[in-house]
Write a protein that binds this ligand. Sequence first.
Ligand SMILES: C[S@@+](CC[C@H](N)C(=O)[O-])C[C@H]1O[C@@H](n2cnc3c(N)ncnc32)[C@H](O)[C@@H]1O
Length: 548
Amino acid sequence: MMDPATSVSNPTVDSTATSQEDRALFTPLNPDYPDLVKLRDVLDSHNFNVEGIERTYQIPLPVLLSEPFYQVLWRTREETSLDLLVRLFLEGERISLAKFETIVEATGLEPWVECGLVRVDGSSVSAVVELFPFRGLWMTFDFKPHYTQPLSNYYVMGVASSTKTLSEITIRQPYEKVLDLGCGSGLQALLCSNHSEFAIGIDQNPRAINLAKFNAALNGITNVEFRQGDLFQPVEGEKFDLIVSNPPYVVSPPSDWIFRDGNRKDSEREGDAFCQMVVKEGAKYLNEGGYLEMLANWVHPREENWKVRLRGWFDDTECDAWVMQAGEQSSPNYANLWIKDTTSEANRKATFDQWMEYYESLKVDRISAGCIVMRKRSRADNYFCLEKMPDKWAKNAGNTIQRAFLFLDMLAKTSDEELLDTAFCRSPNIRLTQYLEPQENSWGLVQNQIRVMDPLPSRADMDSVAMALLTQCNGDLPVRTILEGICEGLKAEWEEVLPAGLAMTKGFLQRGLIWPPEHQEAPSEIAEKGFGASGSEEPDMKQQRDTL
Ligand SMILES: C[S@@+](CC[C@H](N)C(=O)[O-])C[C@H]1O[C@@H](n2cnc3c(N)ncnc32)[C@H](O)[C@@H]1O
C-alpha cells in the first residue's frame, strides 16, 4: 500500500499538514490503480447510486445529505450494504472491517485500500475521501471540514450549488475540445467529456488534479486529461470550443484557501480580478463561435458605475456577452454570508472586521453574483446583455441559453421592417396569470404576470400592451397586424406604439417567450442523457455562499 506521508507527488502538500486531520486530507489516491471501474461496479451493485439511495430512503439525495449525521445514522440503522456505504462514504463514519469485506467481496478488500479510498484501522474501515454519486458519475472529494480547525489550503470541495449551477447552464452540444478552468474534483470536465471529443481540466491545486484523475479512472473516462498550473498556463497556445469555469470568485481578503480565494495574495488579483482575468484571458483561448461559461462575483466600487465597469471586462474580447445577475448584497452582508459557516464563533468578529477593512481599502460597498456566458464572434458588432438571472435553473438551461444567442443572431440580421412582417409563435413554456380585484358589480384587472416555466424559469409583471402583443403571437399574425390592432384599441398613433412594440418583440424573442416561425424545439439528447439518470435536484439552485 502507498504510504500517504511519502507518496504525495507534490511534497509541498504534505509539508503544510499540521494536524492529524489535515494530514488525512492530503492522502493521495492512486488513479493508476488497475481496473478502478470494478470498484464503481461494486458500488452500483449495492445501489449506491442516486436512484438506489432515493428509492431506498424515499427522499431526494440532497435532502438526505443536508440531514444531521445522527438522523442519517438512524435512517441507516439496519446496516444493510447500502446503509453501510452511505455511512462510510457520505457521512465519513467508521464501519466494521468484516462487514465491509462482505460488501466488497467481488473485488476483495485490497484494491479499495491500495487505491487509497479507504483506510483500515484494526477492526474498522474509514473513508479517506467522500464518495458521492452525481449524474451517473461517482465523484471523490474531501469531506467537509470542521471550521473549528484551520481549513487546509489543499481542500478539494465537493458538489456545491455553484457546481450544479455551472453544470446546468453548460451548453451541451458536441464539441471537439473543452476546457474546465479550476476543475477541482473534475466534475465539469467529466460531464463535458460525455459530449466532446476531448476535455481538459486545469487547477492550481495538486490535490485537485490527483482527485480529478482518480475520478476519471473510477468512472472509466479516458477522453479527459487533468493538468496542474495557474490560470490558463497549462494550456498555453491551445484553443477550445467550450470553456467552463467555476472560479474562486469570492471577494475576500488574502487567504490560503485556494479553492475559494484563488491567490488573492497576489496584488494583481485583488477584489474581483480573478473573474475579470478569466473573462479577458479566456476569450483568447476560444475558437471562433466557441462559448465560455462561468460563474462570477463582481464589485460595485463606490466611485464608479458598476455596470459600466463590468461592461469594460468584455472590451477587446471579440465576444458577445450575456451576464445574468443573480443578486447583489451590501459588503457587510456579503462578508457575513461567507464568514458565518467558515469561521469559528470565537474568530468571527475579528474576521468580519478584517473583511470590512479590505472592502474599505477597495472602496467597495456592494458585491454582485451571477453567471457570464460569452461567445467568440470576431470582426463583428458584439452585443452585451446584462439582466437578472432566472429564479431557478433547470438541468438543460444551457440549451435555452444557446437558443437566446441564436435568436440574437437572427435579430442582428433582421431589419425592423422584416421583424414587423414576421408572424412569431408563442413559446409553449409560458404561463400567464391575471390578478383581479372585486369592484362594484364585477372584477377589475390589477396585474398581469408572466411565468416562464422550464428551462429558465422566471416571473415578471406585464402591462396590458405587452400582454396583448404576446398573447396574439400565434404564428399567423405578423407583428405589424398585432400592433395595428393595439393602436386601434388604445386610440393611439402608430408612431407612439411602434418603438415600444419593436422593443418588446425583440425582448420577447431574446428571452425565448416567442419563437421565429421556423424554430423547432427538439429536446437535447445530450442534456437528457447525461451519464445516466440524475435523480432529484435541490429545490433552489441559486448560486450564493456555496463553494463549501
Ligand atoms: C470554486 S472551486 C470549483 C471547483 C469545481 N470546478 C466545481 O465546479 O465544483 C474553484 C477551483 O479553482 C481552483 N483554483 C484556484 N486558484 C486557481 C488558479 N490560480 N489557477 C487554476 N485554478 C485555480 C481551486 O483549486 C478550485 O478547485
